[in-house]
Write a protein of this length. Structure first.
Length: 269
């Protein structure tokens, strides 16, 4: 897979001020509306879903293949980033690739793509398939400059991307998250003074409850879902919710997380 916007490659040699300036340019160039041709409802469709769809339409098979979706996750071995990309169509894994690169800068909140983005780009460039979309372990528009890891990757490849984060980087929930939510609850995350590039009150993503315990004394924290590129916030949440299948994480990033651990172990050997 080829980089479409090489001018946005994450360069760890840049100064912090230059990195932040580049992120503002990325946010300006990114598109936070739905621009894609696939059916969102079929992103994580399994074989049984396809068969039912075929029967419902009177066809022996579903009319079109589900889209190719890439799950992206990272692991670390000392000062090296191990990036894993798993491409699947429905419940079939089509391709798995990984790449290992040195991390040349320390972890700095908001500048994650400059620390580990090079390994992710290298993994994408090793792909033989052309994904229709990607789910990235990390933030998209929920970012100080609306240019999280998912936005950066999406713009580099002009690929529809969604950011799936386990913690809230910035912004303000439209209601308190200090309660136990049922599965499917969505709480808008709104831009505030911590988001430089968006008007206050702009919905930049959602806290999405994808799994929950029945036991009243235990609870599962929500995911923080945001558009990376060529997705709206609401549709990004639709995609993630449709891919969770009883787990907290969506299946594409679950697969990538597992493969990142495998690649990490192989690299250590």
């Amino acid at each position: 897979m080829e980089v479409v916007r090489p001018d946005f490659r994450p360069d760890p040699a840049l100064s912090r001020e230059e990195m932040e300036a580049l992120q503002r340019d990325i946010a300006d160039a990114a598109n936070f509306t739905d621009i894609f041709s696939f059916d969102v409802g079929r992103v994580c469709e399994d074989d049984a879903d396809q068969q039912r769809l075929g029967e419902a339409t009177g066809a022996s098979e579903a009319p079109d293949d589900p889209p190719l979706v890439a799950g992206v996750d990272q692991a670390f071995v000392d000062d090296r980033a191990v990036s894993a990309v798993v491409v699947s169509r429905g419940d079939e894994v089509v391709e798995r690739v990984s790449a290992v690169l040195d991390t040349e800068i320390p972890y700095i909140p908001g500048l994650l793509s400059f620390r580990e983005g090079g390994a992710i780009v290298a993994a994408f460039e090793a792909l033989e398939s052309e994904p229709d979309l990607a789910l990235v372990d990390g933030s998209g528009r929920i970012h100080y400059r609306e240019a999280g890891l998912a936005t950066h990757v999406g713009l580099l490849f002009d690929l529809p991307t969604v950011g799936v984060a386990k913690s809230l980087l910035c912004g303000t929930p439209a209601r308190s998250l200090d309660e136990k939510f049922p599965i499917g609850t969505r709480v808008p995350i709104e831009a505030d003074a911590t988001v430089e590039t968006a008007d206050p009150g702009t919905v930049i993503g959602y806290a999405l409850q994808t799994r929950q315990y029945e036991n009243a004394d235990r609870y599962v924290n929500p995911l923080y879902v945001s558009p990376g590129h060529r997705f709206s916030a609401a549709t990004a949440a639709d995609v993630v919710e449709g891919c969770c299948a009883g787990y907290k994480l969506p299946e594409p990033t679950r697969l990538a997380d597992s493969y990142a651990d495998e690649a990490k172990a192989e690299f250590r050997e």
